[in-house]
Ligand binder design. Structure first.
Ligand SMILES: *[C@@H]1O[C@H](CO)[C@@H](O)[C@H](O)[C@H]1NC(C)=O
Ligand SMILES: *[C@@H]1O[C@H](CO)[C@@H](O)[C@H](O)[C@H]1NC(C)=O
Length: 337
């Protein structure tokens, strides 16, 4: 069973992506707080709560003209030590039958990953056969739309999904809304960013229109440059919340994103590139990959640290608020809708 489902994963990755580079690594939790340097720069606290991994230069403002991540950061919570990028998503909450909220933790993905503090798995993939150009310093993007609440809306973003984990190895049955039933091994949230870039803008007013998904397998003429596919897998430890007696009386699923979405269709994620020098380009050019069954990265050009070392890279919370008891509202008072 174990081997069979792992094999299914390998085949799925290979056939959907024809990946030459399948660089996959663990990033431990850096900080969980209400900051969003991309969408709400300088706003402390930002409207909703995030979980963040990567370099410790993460801050409320990250203006790339003055904030050079590889020189500002002193450590990274990801295993490749030249990767000072930041990767973040919203945070999952459980809403009990009595209406109070409890934060859901993340956990390591168990493919040999033991990030004690949680975090997420990050992939950089090549999709297609042509040259892949690494991002430039200052590049950032978002994917998804926190205002979305319907299946029709999320069709705009083909690859934002949830997997109801029967075991940590489950890789089938992904949905674009939250799983409806209890998931014995947690919920995996997967996010694949667009892989085409307009070749000139490091950002855009909506943080998305400088990027695009391929059309019919190749990049559109408006966004001709193939960039690596950035892919997050976040394992949410919903296991402590599987008692249906605490779920809503009507039997509906009890999880909500920190921005108040109980459908799951508001799924979104943020990325700020921060690799040192040409390290990411070198990795993309040398067909790096990672062992399927462990945290081992097969990539001589990259220097890596252990997960235990990565776990030590954390940040002091700037926005202090109670996140770890039963809360009467979501942080920031985000309404559930
Ligand atoms: C965040 O930015 C503030 C203001 O520029 C600075 O004082 C602080 O040291 C920064 N924190 C980190 C962790 O870089
Ligand atoms: C609400 O429900 C949770 C889960 O059952 C429980 O732990 C908590 O104590 C309850 N809070 C109140 C105020 O009843």
């Amino acid at each position: 069973m174990y081997w069979k489902s792992l094999l299914a994963t390998a085949v799925a990755v290979a056939s959907t992506a024809e990946a030459a580079t399948t660089l996959r690594f663990s990033c431990s939790q850096l900080v969980v707080e209400r900051l969003d340097p991309l969408v709400n720069p300088g706003v402390t606290p930002s409207p909703h709560l995030h979980q963040v991994v990567g370099g410790n230069a993460f801050n409320s403002t990250m203006d790339y003209t003055v904030h050079d991540m590889p020189t500002t950061a002193t450590c990274t919570s990801c295993t490749p030590i030249e990767d000072f990028s930041n990767y973040w998503t919203a945070v999952l909450f459980f809403r009990a039958r009595n209406g109070t909220f409890r934060r859901v933790s993340t956990f390591g993905n168990e493919l040999g990953f033991t990030a004690a503090t949680g975090g997420q798995t990050v992939y950089y993939l090549t999709t297609g056969s042509g040259k892949v150009t690494a991002f430039k310093p200052g590049f950032r993007m978002t994917v998804g739309d926190p205002s979305f609440r319907t299946a029709a809306q999320i069709r705009k973003y083909p690859m934002l999904t949830f997997t109801c984990l029967q075991s940590s190895m489950t890789r089938s049955g992904a949905t674009t809304d939250f799983p409806k039933g209890a998931c014995p091994a947690g919920i995996m949230a997967s996010v694949r960013f667009p892989t085409c870039w307009n070749g000139k803008d490091l950002d855009s007013p909506d943080h998305q229109s400088h990027t695009a998904y391929p059309q019919g397998g190749s990049c559109p003429s408006t966004h001709p440059v193939s960039v690596p596919q950035v892919f997050y897998e976040t394992y949410w430890d919903t296991r402590p919340f599987n008692n249906k007696a605490e779920w809503p009386a009507d039997g509906s699923q009890p999880f909500v994103w920190s921005f108040g979405d109980k459908s799951g269709y508001g799924h979104h994620a943020d990325y700020v590139f921060g690799w040192k020098g040409d390290a990411l380009q070198r990795a993309m050019d040398t067909n790096c990959n990672s062992d399927l069954f462990s945290n081992k990265i097969n990539c001589p050009t990259l220097k890596v640290q252990t997960i235990e070392q990565a776990n030590k890279c954390t940040q002091k919370v700037q926005v202090r608020e109670d996140l770890d008891s039963w809360l009467t509202t979501l942080p920031g008072g985000m309404p559930v809708n």
